[in-house]
Design a protein around this ligand. Structure first.
Ligand SMILES: C[S@@+](CC[C@H](N)C(=O)[O-])C[C@H]1O[C@@H](n2cnc3c(N)ncnc32)[C@H](O)[C@@H]1O
Length: 351
């Protein structure tokens, strides 16, 4: 035994514990609007932040200290105030910022709540149906992916698909399959007022929430959310079918792609957005986001797929080569990577 390596592993775990604890503190700040109050009102002492938010100063004293120790806040010894810089606010305070991550971070609440159930699934090999996940998983998924879609979907990704934006602008038909709470479908309906936008998901509660989100966005009548499996929605000649961070959650992604092929208009396009991963497994393990992505895959994606008929469980880090093979088998002759972010890889599929 090498004592230095033991220390390295102990420090690695302490770092992981610190990350988990800090994420829980972020969830508290997010829930109480503390970041927003610091961003809007400027630097504050605990009593000043208490006056702004109604939260108890004694608790805030501990929370502010933790957040400063974690590096999110700057502490000024002279006046005892804590500052959230504009850069930190972009990540923690403003839901519409492209860098916003505090909402997505709350997904970890759902994972911790699911530990016992997951351990049991390891023993039996059985899946965990998506609808049996903790609700924090659904909301955290929406809030994790929405900033990336808002920053890229209609401004970067769709313009990279030849002809698609023009067709939607002229009133084409688009389906978002596995739409969850509807974040992407809503962005599409907002960007293309003449398009007919349909969101499909097999999870009834998500579809209900998507409808509420559409109402809040004043899009009633312009967007239609319905409960359908990825292999069972109407084959209505869509100009664009989106599968956004969904394909790897499906029990039968091959059947879903074959159905998308049938549901497309003659020269329609399928947009598949998947978690970004290298095709080479060893290389992928070195990705700085891999530990988080494999945790997401273990907690929610793989068990969700195993709970469905189909026999696939791609996992969240399958890589684009696997998806390309499935697409080719499903009858798409043209598969092309059109974009990527740190989080996502973006693929165009055409018949
Ligand atoms: C990771 S979430 C992504 C949700 C949404 N596209 C987003 O990016 O925010 C995966 C979604 O796929 C849905 N889903 C899983 N299996 C499905 C199936 N067989 N048919 C339809 N939807 C499915 C889940 O209910 C969930 O909403």
């Amino acid at each position: 035994m090498n004592p230095e390596l033991i220390e390295q592993h102990a420090n690695r775990l302490l770092g992981a514990m610190t990350g988990a604890a800090t994420t829980a503190m972020v969830a508290v700040g997010d829930r109480l609007g503390l970041y927003r109050a610091l961003a809007d009102g400027g630097p504050a002492t605990p009593p000043e932040l208490a006056a702004r938010t109604g939260a108890a100063a004694r608790y805030l004293q501990e929370w502010l200290s933790q957040q400063a120790a974690a590096g999110f806040l700057d502490y000024t010894a002279g006046d005892g105030r804590y500052t959230l810089t504009a850069e930190a606010a972009a990540v923690l305070a403003f839901e519409t910022s492209p860098a916003f991550l505090a909402g997505g971070a709350t997904i970890t609440r759902g994972w911790f709540a699911g530990i016992d159930r997951l351990a049991e699934a390891f023993r039996t090999g059985a899946g965990i149906p998506w609808h049996e996940q903790d609700p924090a998983v659904f909301l955290g998924t929406e809030r994790f992916f929405r900033p990336g879609y808002a920053a890229n979907l209609t401004t970067e990704w769709l313009p990279a698909l030849p002809g698609v934006a023009d067709r939607l602008a002229a009133g084409g038909r688009v389906a978002d399959v596995g739409c969850g709470h509807g974040a992407a479908a809503i962005l599409l309906a907002q960007a293309y007022p003449l398009a007919s936008v349909h969101g499909y998901d097999f999870h009834e509660r998500s579809v209900e929430i998507a409808r509420q989100r559409a109402t809040q966005a004043d899009l009633d009548g312009r967007i239609h959310f319905e409960t359908f499996d990825a292999t069972g929605y109407p084959a209505a000649g869509f100009d664009l079918i989106c599968l956004l961070d969904t394909l790897h959650d499906l029990g039968d992604p091959a059947a879903a792609l074959a159905h998308a092929r049938k549901a497309l208009a003659a020269d329609g396009t399928v947009l598949v957005v998947e978690p970004n991963a290298a095709d080479d497994h060893a290389a992928n393990l070195a990705n700085p986001l891999a530990a988080l992505s494999y945790a997401a895959s273990t907690f929610q994606c793989t068990p969700a797929a195993l709970a469905q008929a189909g026999g696939f469980a791609l996992g969240a880090q399958a890589g684009p080569a696997v998806v390309s093979r499935l697409a080719t088998d499903a009858g798409f002759s043209h598969v092309r990577k059109v974009a990527e972010t740190a989080v996502n890889v973006v693929l165009e599929l055409r018949p």
